[in-house]
Design a protein around this ligand. Structure first.
Ligand SMILES: [Zn+2]
Length: 134
């Protein structure tokens, strides 16, 4: 699906349709990865909200934010740690085995999860556009 908009700079008020257009530029695998990441992040946002007021060192169980379609792993992460991950729209918390080395770099490691940063390019752009906090 393409409407000839793909190379245009996207406005902040872009719609879901525009997101789909952008996804149309990617191959099937990248598209799935971007969708899965956006979905797990939305769910994790909800988990964090549900634990509003939890002790700073309490481990919340959140979904691994890797782009693997079949991933059902959970990570133990505190609300503070998650807040730090989310302070950069390109950062995702994943279990170590689920890092996808060709599209992301490890920027932080704990014994429970690693934080990856999307490299420049379309997957990172989608991560930013899909940020529910933007
Ligand atoms: Zn995973």
């Amino acid at each position: 699906m393409t409407f000839g908009l793909a190379r245009q700079r996207v406005e902040p008020t872009r719609t879901l349709l525009a997101f789909e257009v952008q996804l149309g530029e990617m191959d099937g695998r990248e598209k799935r990865v971007a969708r899965n990441e956006a979905t797990s992040r939305e769910i994790n946002e909800g988990i964090q909200e549900a634990h509003d007021g939890a002790a700073p060192d309490e481990h919340l169980r959140m979904l691994c934010e890797c782009g693997h379609e079949s991933c059902e792993r959970v990570i133990a992460i505190t609300s503070d740690e998650y807040e730090r991950v989310r302070s950069d729209a390109r950062h995702f918390a994943v279990i170590r085995d689920h890092v996808i080395p060709d599209v992301e770099d490890i920027v932080e490691e704990t014994d429970r999860f690693v934080v990856v940063a999307k490299r420049d390019g379309t997957p990172a752009d989608v991560a930013i556009e899909e940020n529910p906090r933007s």
